[in-house]
Design a protein around this ligand. Structure first.
Ligand code: A3P
Ligand code: MG
Ligand code: MG
Length: 391
């Protein structure tokens, strides 16, 4: 009977309500006694998007950090912004990179290292961040589409047409604030290593060219508990020269300058997202640019990602990354136990509701049609990828 008991304890509490399976919200008051280990991410492949948003397997979009000019106007060039519209968060680029990595393994080492590792979960960093910080999310719900092909789970964000449209018709004030973030990235980076000359020219009069089509992305492999995970995400820039590891990765962020206790509390809350987003890709440094409400850059501060939890520990409203990792592990176990499919072609809809938890259900015909969207896909996976991995 002992063995049975142990199994019951390890199993997440799944309750079936009609065709919905649910996972309850974690307790925030108690740190888990045995948090799951998280493995240091190692990069597998990088790729770039050109100014026309064409994907290339090179580092043409890699940028190098330079100190930004204090006092800079982050609103400069707003009217010239070439803005990439928000789109459905398909996994296609990630799958292309992963497929390429697998081929390079078999070509590079025909004898030994040719077998790619078994991956438990594949997704974008943004999804993994939302999933892990969910215990502290008080406002925003989210929805995922989930497929299970073999023993690999694929997670994409589910965005309805209405939600996409809403994202793309941002309120003018939000749109400008969003631009401030991109302008900060531009002020902080150059296209050649060690290029300080560019900073000087930016002080004298930066061109104000922001094109959010351009992105440099890194695909990394890591492990949460005993599940191998492949995560893809954008890396804002590197410090010094790029070594090929994640050691020189830098995340850039903007935030309103802190003027009092209430601002400080808000900032510490925001640090959870900054932390988790960077931690998941192995980004060791976050440079925050503080700005005035008018968009003027006042100061910058560099944070070591691993030090951030210590920075908030013990303060009112503090968060604990171990609660997030423990919840993440439970969430993945829940998917593992819940998402079943005979053919691998089913799509499950996973819904997160703040302060309530997770509900999962398999999609019916109409739901599937919406996910495929008339494209050449099996579920949400592109057919070419399905043909490579189909069971
Ligand atoms: P900040 O990071 O300074 O907020 P990222 O931080 O992930 O590198 O994203 C760069 C910028 O994109 C952000 O700058 C912000 O301006 C914009 N951005 C990211 N996510 C956004 C969202 N959900 N809505 C609006 N703008 C967003
Ligand atoms: Mg970024
Ligand atoms: Mg950033």
């Amino acid at each position: 009977r002992k063995a049975d008991d142990a199994e019951l304890v390890d199993r997440p509490p799944i309750r079936k309500r009609s065709s919905y399976f649910t996972l309850q919200y974690p307790s925030l008051s108690q740190a888990p006694s045995k948090p799951p280990p998280f493995q240091q991410p190692t990069p597998l492949v990088t790729f770039s998007y050109t100014p026309d948003h064409v994907l290339e397997f090179n580092d043409s979009a890699l940028r190098y950090f330079v100190d930004p000019p204090l006092g800079a106007d982050l609103g400069y060039g707003y009217d010239k912004w070439i803005r990439r519209p928000d789109e459905r968060g398909r996994l296609d680029a990630l799958l292309m990179a992963w497929s390429r990595f697998k081929k390079s393994l078999s070509e590079g080492h025909p004898s030994s290292q040719s077998k790619p590792p078994d991956i438990g979960v594949m997704s974008w960093r943004g999804i993994m961040t939302k999933m892990l910080i969910a215990p502290y999310e008080e406002r925003d719900a989210w929805e995922l589409n989930v497929m299970r092909v073999g023993e690999t789970f694929y997670l994409e964000e589910h965005l309805t047409d209405a939600k996409l449209q809403e994202k793309n018709t941002m309120e003018p004030r939000h749109r400008l604030q969003s631009y401030y973030g991109y302008a900060f990235e531009s002020y902080c980076t150059t296209s050649a290593p060690g290029g300080r000359g560019d900073t000087v020219s930016k002080v004298r009069g930066w061109g104000g060219d922001v094109n959010t089509n351009v992105q440099w992305c890194s695909i990394v492999k890591t492990k949460l508990g005993d599940r191998r995970i492949v995560i893809g995400g954008e890396v804002d820039c590197v410090r010094g020269r790029h070594s090929g590891s994640t050691d020189d990765f830098v995340e850039l962020k903007t935030s309103l300058a802190i003027r009092g206790l209430s601002d400080e509390k808000k900032f510490e809350k925001k640090l959870l997202k900054f932390y988790m987003q960077s931690f998941l890709l192995g980004v060791p440094e976050i440079v925050v640019g503080f700005r005035k409400p008018s968009g003027q850059l006042t100061t910058t501060q560099s944070f070591q990602t691993v030090q951030i939890p210590r920075h908030v520990r013990g303060k009112p409203g503090a968060w604990d990354p171990l609660i997030c990792l423990h919840w993440g592990d439970r969430f993945l176990s829940f998917l593992f136990n819940t998402v079943q499919t005979k053919t691998g072609k089913d799509v499950w809809r996973v819904t997160f509701t703040p302060k309530v938890g997770i509900a999962a259900t398999v999609l019916d015909g109409a739901g599937m049609e919406e996910v495929v969207g008339g494209e050449d896909r099996i579920g949400f996976l592109p057919r070419w990828y399905w043909d490579e991995v189909a069971p």
